[in-house]
Ligand binder design. Structure first.
Ligand SMILES: *[C@@H]1O[C@H](CO)[C@@H](O)[C@H](O)[C@H]1NC(C)=O
Ligand SMILES: *[C@@H]1O[C@H](CO)[C@@H](O)[C@H](O)[C@H]1NC(C)=O
Length: 309
C-alpha cells in the first residue's frame, strides 16, 4: 500500500507542473505581514522575523497567540508553510483556518486545518472541518496521520474555496474535497471569511480526547508560519462587495481535481492516512449526512457508481 501511495505521489509530483490548475503552482505572491495581516492576541508571543515573511506564534503559561488577515475574502486560495512545535506538545492546538464567526455569531462559516498536539514518540494528528451558516450541530471532521514529521520541516497547507467546491491540500496534494451539491444547501460556506492562524491550549480535548494535557515544563510551544498566501476576492468592508470581477472569481471555480494523477494522489492519501471521517461514523450519524451517501463516496473514491433510476 505504501509503495502504491508513493508511486501515485511521485507520478503526481512529476506531472503537477503541467496541471491546468496553474493558479496553485504559479508564483505565489507573499504579502508582508504588515500589509496583509494583523495580530489578534498574545502580545510578544507573536514574533515577526526579519525576512517579514515568517511569523512565530507561541503558547506559554500566560497566553497563546494568533493573527488574522486584514481583509475578508469571498472565495480564493489560502495557504501557508507551517512547522509545528517539536518534542512534547500534548494539548497544544495550532489552527490555520477561515472563519466569519466574529461577524455572524449564529450563522458563521468556517474551514479548518487543526493540528492536535502530540506526545513524545507519536505523531501529530491533523484535522480538517467545514461549517456553513452555523451548521455546528453537524461536525464534518476528518482526521489524518501524515507521511512526514510536521515538526521537522515546513510543509504547505492550503485551502481552496470556490463557489463550487472546497479542496484541502497538503504539499499541493489534494487530501479532501467537498463538492457543492444542492443537498448540502446552506451548509456550504458562502459568506466572506477572514484567514486566521492561532496557537492555544486545547488540553481538554485535543490529544487523544483530552487524556494528555499541555505540560508547561516544555513551554514555550512555537509554531512557525512562513510564505503565507492570500489569493482571493477581498470584500470591501464598507459596502461588502467583492473586489473581484467576474473573470477573476471564475478562476477559483475553474480549479478542480480534474486530472487522473491528482485524483490518484488523493485516493492514495485517503486510503492510507485518513484515520477518522464523519462520513463513516454511524454512532454519530445513523443516517449519513447527504454528501456521505454511498453514491457520492463511491464517486470520490473512484469506484464505479451505481446508476440511479
Ligand atoms: C516565477 O518567477 C520567476 C522568478 O522571478 C520567473 O523567472 C518566472 O517566469 C515566474 N513564473 C511565472 C509562471 O510567472
Ligand atoms: C442561514 O441560516 C439562517 C438562520 O437559520 C437562515 O435564515 C438562512 O436562510 C440560511 N441561509 C442559507 C443560505 O441557507
Amino acid at each position: 500500500m505504501m509503495a502504491l501511495f508513493i508511486s501515485a505521489l511521485s507520478l503526481y509530483l512529476l506531472f503537477s507542473t503541467a496541471s491546468c490548475n496553474s493558479i496553485l503552482f504559479e508564483n505565489y505572491t507573499y504579502l508582508p505581514f504588515d500589509e496583509g495581516y494583523t495580530q489578534l492576541f498574545g502580545d510578544d508571543n507573536l514574533m515577526l522575523l526579519r525576512d517579514g515573511k515568517t511569523v512565530h506564534i507561541s503558547l506559554d503559561e500566560r497566553s497563546g497567540a494568533g493573527f488574522a488577515s486584514q481583509d475578508q475574502y469571498l472565495h480564493g486560495f489560502f495557504s501557508a508553510s507551517i512547522k509545528l512545535p517539536s518534542d512534547y506538545a500534548a494539548g497544544v492546538v495550532v489552527a490555520f483556518y477561515m472563519s466569519n464567526g466574529d461577524v455572524f455569531e449564529k450563522t458563521h462559516d468556517e474551514l479548518d486545518f487543526e493540528f492536535l498536539g502530540n506526545i513524545r514518540g507519536r505523531e501529530w494528528r491533523v484535522q480538517t472541518n467545514i461549517y456553513g451558516n452555523g451548521s455546528t450541530a453537524v461536525g464534518r471532521e476528518e482526521r489524518y496521520s501524515l507521511w512526514f514529521d510536521p515538526t521537522e520541516d515546513f510543509h504547505r497547507y492550503s485551502i481552496l474555496w470556490s463557489q463550487d467546491r472546497i479542496i484541502f491540500y497538503i504539499d499541493n496534494i489534494p487530501i479532501r474535497e467537498m463538492v457543492r451539491t444542492p443537498s448540502i444547501g446552506g451548509d456550504f460556506p458562502s459568506k466572506p471569511m477572514s484567514l486566521y492562524a492561532t496557537i492555544w491550549d486545547g488540553s481538554h480535548w485535543a490529544t487523544l480526547g483530552g487524556r494528555y494535557k499541555a505540560n508547561y515544563k516544555y513551554a514555550p510551544f512555537t509554531a512557525e508560519f512562513s510564505d503565507l498566501v492570500l489569493h482571493g476576492c477581498a470584500v470591501d468592508p464598507t459596502d461588502h462587495l467583492s473586489t473581484c470581477n467576474h473573470r477573476e472569481s471564475g478562476r477559483y471555480s475553474s480549479i478542480k481535481i480534474s486530472d487522473d494523477d491528482e485524483r490518484l494522489a488523493m485516493q492514495g492519501f485517503r486510503k492510507k492516512y485518513v484515520t477518522y471521517s464523519y462520513c463513516y461514523d454511524r454512532e454519530r450519524y445513523p443516517v449519513p449526512v447527504p454528501e456521505c451517501e454511498r453514491r457520492v463516496l463511491a464517486r470520490l473514491a473512484g469506484l464505479p457508481v451505481e446508476r440511479t433510476r
